[in-house]
Write a protein that binds this ligand. Structure first.
Ligand SMILES: [Zn+2]
Length: 637
């Protein structure tokens, strides 16, 4: 039989973003599917990476005073490091600034241009700089960008366009006829709704004069490639040249996994791009939901961004992996709360699964000398346990087709519960009292341990670390990936005669007092953090010394004095509300501290090009100064 191939991707994450629980969620979800397929014996390729071009990267690099390449070389590491900590088993990590990626993007552009799939045209429209997107008049939301609600600029320029519109009908048919193409079904309808309007051709270039940090168009070096057209190609650039991809075993992908906010871009841009290139669209695009935190949208200003590294330190990596996929149906939005996480840890993991392993290993030691026994008699209750196991395995396999992680975990827990009930019902502690009971005990202990082995394999994709520890305690030396799913097709794969190890709790319970302490700690540092800035943030503020060369009162203003300040390189006009404490004549010749990179603002019709530092307000104001003369234009830090 030919080996099954499986290719799954996460979106490439925007390199400027600080990795948060949302990034972790997508990547863990893809990792679970990849690990499961490996257990099924499939040839798996799992890809993640970072999106590193565009205006915002260039701006951020400028602010830090480094080149964009230096900036992304440093920043993408935060994602790589987090994936190591989260036990993510990706086969590769693509960065859009890598040569292998840039080369394919240019090859595709060249080919599409020569086939007249890309053409040049003049364009007039509304441009949102932060979103790097053009909008038509009717797209605008009250005159602003419909996506970020910011101001847009009218732009007229020449650009290059991809003939996307001609694929509209094909795409609609594809979505309607292939129920697996876009999942979940509710999201598919959103895309079809979007496609009810006529599709425009896609502007795929940006003039270099406006944006330099991108992949130059191969047929016109005055332009760079629109970030989306560049970024989407990551899913194939990993597999080599266009010819390589056409024969690659890993295309089309089984799942392009995306957040719901970028579903349309993938379903529409990506699918039509592939069609034009002559490649199949992915077999499935799966859009998952977003996380709120304690009912609120995650945002930097609310200081509620859940930091995955902190969670791992606090609860352990497998608890996080389990919680994120168990708490919410994959595809829907979810709410993250530490309280819910502690609840799941204590009940599902510590009480149900952890306790099952603990008592089985302890009884194995007590009644069987720590050696897995040879099962003897078979009774009705044994059969119902093995039947339950078979049912769970079959159902789990089916649920992986739709990536229904929370249902998979619910189903697996049916076997956890059934095994706990099996032990309660058969009562090994009573069986141990009689000779006949002792024969029965062998079967009961064997079955309990075998059931745990089945659970270890089923749960391995979700909790790789804990399940390896589970296997060790059961005395199974073979690695889980080597055992694979087919080792649980038939009951009885656990070897009799193996030596179990000392019981060691997989998931220590978090007691009420400790939980209270954790919850208090989690909310406390955030309050402080809201007032803290990093050294980088501080260094963005350019404080300089300046000498006041002239000063006069602003007419009709009680407070304002207009100053001319020499900051070494130039003279700035600055307004300061200090006339309650200073006479203009006394100010001339003084050295002050000025915020030199403050955005100019108009006060009483006069432009102020900076701000002078002072203490106090109202009637008494003291200008900040120096006890010696530092000279003009010196940076203050
Ligand atoms: Zn915008």
């Amino acid at each position: 039989m030919q080996q099954k191939k499986f290719y799954i991707t996460t979106p490439i994450y925007y390199v400027n973003d600080v990795p948060h629980i949302g990034h972790a969620y997508t990547t863990i979800a893809a990792d679970v599917a990849a690990r499961y397929q490996r257990l099924e014996g499939a040839d798996v390729f799992f890809l993640t990476g970072t999106d590193e071009h565009g205006q915002k990267v260039q701006q951020a690099a400028d602010e830090f005073g480094v080149s964009p390449q230096e900036h992304v070389d440093k920043l993408h590491q935060r994602f790589k490091e987090l994936w190591v900590r989260l036990n993510i088993s990706n086969n590769d990590f693509i960065r859009t600034t890598e040569e292998r990626h840039k080369k394919l993007v240019r090859d595709i552009l060249r080919q599409l241009h020569s086939k007249d799939e890309i053409y040049r045209d003049s364009y007039e429209g509304w441009y949102c700089t932060p979103c790097e997107r053009f909008w038509t008049e009717k797209d605008l939301a009250e005159g602003n960008c419909p996506e970020c609600q910011r101001k847009v600029d009218k732009i007229k320029e020449h650009n290059y366009f991809f003939r996307m519109k001609k694929y509209q009908r094909w795409l609609v048919e594809k979505i309607k006829n292939d129920p697996h193409f876009i999942l979940p079904a509710s999201r598919k309808n959103e895309v079809l709704g979007f496609l009810e309007k006529p599709l425009e051709d896609l502007c795929i270039s940006r003039p270099k004069s406006r944006l330099a940090w991108g992949i130059p168009l191969p047929f016109d070096e005055d332009y760079v490639t629109y970030v989306w057209f560049d970024a989407l190609i990551n899913y194939i650039s990993i597999h080599g040249s266009l010819d390589d991809i056409k024969t690659s075993k890993f295309w089309p992908a089984d799942h392009n996994m995306v957040g719901k906010d970028i579903l349309t871009t993938h379903a529409v841009y990506w699918s039509t791009m592939l069609k034009a290139i002559g490649l199949e669209p992915p077999k499935n695009i799966f859009a998952h939901g977003w996380w709120t935190v304690n009912g609120q949208k995650m945002s930097k200003s609310l200081q509620n961004v859940v930091e995955p590294n902190q969670l791992i330190d606090q609860f352990g990596v497998d608890v996080i992996r389990y919680f994120l996929l168990r708490e919410v149906p994959f595809g829907l939005d979810g709410d993250f709360s530490h309280k819910a996480l502690i609840g799941r840890l204590n009940s599902d993991l510590a009480n149900n699964l952890g306790n099952l392993l603990n008592r089985t290993v302890n009884m194995m030691k007590k009644y069987c000398g720590g050696i897995i026994p040879v099962p003897a008699t078979v009774a009705a209750e044994d059969n119902s346990l093995t039947e339950k196991s078979a049912e769970v395995i079959a159902e789990v396999r089916k649920l992986y087709n739709e990536l229904a992680y929370n249902k998979i975990l619910q189903k697996i827990w049916e076997l956890v519960d059934a095994t706990n009930q099996y032990i309660d019902k058969t009562g090994p502690w009573n069986l141990a009292k009689t000779d006949a009971g002792n024969e029965r005990l062998k079967t009961v202990m064997y079955n309990s341990a075998e059931s745990l082995r089945v659970l270890g394999i089923l749960l391995n994709p979700f909790m790789p670390q804990s399940t390896e520890s589970l296997m060790k305690q059961l005395g199974v030396a073979t690695a889980i990936e080597e055992q694979g799913m087919n080792s649980i097709d038939k009951w009885g794969g656990l070897k009799s005669g193996s030596q179990t190890q000392k019981a060691n709790p997989l998931f220590p319970r978090i007691e009420d007092k400790q939980a209270e302490k954790i919850l208090a700690e989690i909310s406390a540092p955030k309050k402080d953090a809201a007032h803290q800035i990093t050294i980088d943030e501080f260094m963005k503020m350019e404080l300089r010394t300046g000498k006041i060369m002239a000063a006069e009162k602003v007419k009709k203003s009680k407070k304002l004095i207009q100053l001319k300040i020499d900051i070494g390189t130039e003279t700035r006009q600055v307004l300061a509300g200090i006339s309650a404490s200073y006479e203009p004549a006394d100010l001339v010749g003084r050295t002050v501290i000025i915020v030199a990179n403050l955005k100019p603002a108009k006060l009483m019709g006069i432009e102020s090009q900076g701000m002078v530092l002072a203490a106090g307000d109202g009637d008494t104001i003291m200008l900040a100064g120096f006890d010696q003369e530092p000279g003009q234009g010196i940076r203050v830090r």
